[in-house]
Design a binder for this molecule. Structure first.
Ligand SMILES: Nc1ncnc2c1ncn2[C@@H]1O[C@H](COP(=O)(O)OP(=O)(O)OP(=O)(O)O)[C@@H](O)[C@H]1O
Ligand SMILES: [Mg+2]
Length: 470
């Protein structure tokens, strides 16, 4: 329990000194500041487990400090101190979310007890959050489905290596579940409480990639207005995934190799090395051995990454898993408690198809089928032509309403998809096979608006304008 970090705020230095002595004796790390402004700057720059603040201070007072801290992180317990036992300020403080208030003439034991309780609450709150996240992860979408021989082999391997520190290279075609497995490895490792950080090396321009990986120092390039840590540092004590590592430029590969050998990085434009402490997982859907043979990937880096190779089987190599996955996706997208079924004919088609896009493709096909199907059972007519007929037959599309124009049909289908995804931009555009900005344009053209009262699912089509880069 010792070592928790506490911020003490009081305009009177004698008070911050006194509390510093009392709390450090208890084994806590204590940071003291003498104004509300400084307190806020500290809270934004570092992580604290609790804050103790005077109420009456010139400039920003304790109540304002409390409110601002709650905005920043509602989980930090804030204890407010007051010189007088005024009933009103105590009630105000607690109403505004203070953990407790403390009289300035309180005995040392009382101070220690209040702090210990505050820290205990902090611990319980963050544990609860962690458990909730885990539950969500476990029961919602992150379950990894598969009972085929090939997947059993993957699971056994994950069991064996998750808790080691060794670097893992996950190879497999697109959509086979590489990211899912990387997450699983993290959550089963002793680093599970640390961050899970992933970067897509193929999606980021080269100079940005290096500053993302290693960080940069102020002034090292236009736009570098302050020192910035790299993702290697963000992943400190957790797991760092280099996704699409095969796309990394050769020059960056050299720097990565050095980082892995020395266990330290040098920020772009800097000279001072920074120690790194994270578990590395690399993933790729290109054949890295071939890349090495053809000179596009450094052999020495390949051997560094390929300490433990893990190969994700293509879906067509494990067709036994298809019915399980179908069932999984049906359940996951069940609406209002009713779960659709797949007819025998449709299942036969799904088993026969080759799935070049692997599980991701199956997931998309199932979602589309669930939208198209009006009754409760998904039949061949709800599947794409290439699965139904073995190839695309553009001319065979059956239109229920021959009176509709093409535009009307498109509008209706877009609406159907939006309602299905509860207006999630990214999902909807994926299902429609268009990019998000095209979808946005079509919404404006067709005058489609989000109906009032639609629940916001966190990816609001009318307000979300861009995606994160990494
Ligand atoms: N075994 C599985 N069980 C359940 N869902 C899976 C499984 N494998 C993959 N998926 C789902 O398929 C989709 C693609 O998986 P993921 O992103 O892990 O693939 P990937 O191999 O990283 O693909 P890419 O190379 O295109 O990045 C995700 O939505 C994932 O949840
Ligand atoms: Mg991936």
């Amino acid at each position: 329990m010792a070592g928790e970090k506490i911020l003490v705020v009081d305009d009177e230095q004698s008070m911050t000194q006194f509390l510093g002595i009392v709390l450090r004796k208890e084994g806590y790390q204590v940071v003291t500041v003498n104004s509300g402004r400084e307190a806020l700057d500290k809270v934004k720059a570092e992580t604290f487990d609790a804050v103790i603040s005077d109420i009456k201070m010139p400039g920003m007072d304790g109540i304002q400090v409390l409110q601002e801290i709650k905005k920043h992180d509602s989980n930090i317990p804030v204890v407010l101190m007051t010189a007088y036992a005024s009933q009103q300020s105590a009630i105000d403080a607690v109403n505004l979310g203070a953990f407790q208030y403390l009289l300035k003439n309180a005995k040392n034991d009382e101070i220690k007890l209040v702090v210990r309780n505050a820290l205990e609450m902090r611990r319980v709150r963050s544990e609860n959050q962690f458990l909730k996240r885990e539950l969500k992860r476990g029961h919602e979408e992150k379950a990894i489905i598969g009972s085929s021989e090939e997947m059993t082999r993957v699971f056994k391997m994950v069991d064996k290596v998750a808790d080691s520190e060794a670097t893992i290279l996950i190879q497999g075609d697109s959509g086979t579940g590489k990211e899912l497995i990387a997450r699983e490895i993290h959550y089963r490792s002793r680093r599970a409480n640390g961050p899970f950080v992933s970067i897509n090396c193929g999606a980021i321009p080269r100079d940005l990639l290096e500053s993302n990986l290693f960080g940069h120092v102020k002034g090292s390039f236009t736009g570098a207005v302050k020192d910035s840590p790299g993702l290697f540092q963000v992943a400190e004590s957790g797991t760092f995934v280099l996704d699409e590592v095969g796309e990394m430029p050769l020059a960056t590969q050299v720097k990565l190799l050095r980082a892995l050998q020395e266990r330290e990085i040098i920020p772009v434009g800097g000279t001072q090395p920074v120690k790194i402490d994270c578990r590395l997982v690399a993933a790729t859907n290109v054949d890295l051995e071939k890349e090495v043979a053809e000179g596009r990937f450094r052999a020495d880096l390949f051997f560094r990454l390929n300490v433990i190779p893990l190969r994700m089987p293509a879906l067509r190599q494990r067709r036994d898993d298809i019915p399980l996955l179908v069932d999984h996706f049906l359940k996951r997208h069940a609406r209002g408690g009713t779960c659709k079924v797949v007819t025998k004919e449709a299942m036969e088609l799904l088993m026969k198809y080759d799935w070049p896009g692997n599980v991701r493709e199956l997931e998309n096909v199932m979602e589309r089928a669930m939208i198209l199907d009006e009754g409760g059972s998904i039949g061949p007519e709800d599947l794409p032509d290439k699965i139904r007929f073995g190839h695309s037959q553009k001319g065979s599309l059956v239109i229920d309403s021959p009176n509709m124009t093409l535009d009307e049909l498109e509008k209706e289908y877009i609406l159907k998809v939006l309602n299905y995804t509860r207006w999630q931009k990214k999902r909807s555009s994926e299902l429609l096979g268009i990019n998000a900005s095209t979808l946005y344009r079509k919404l404006i053209n067709y005058g489609i608006e989000k109906p009032a009262g639609t629940r916001d699912e966190g990816d609001d089509i009318m307000s979300d304008s861009g995606e994160a880069a990494a």
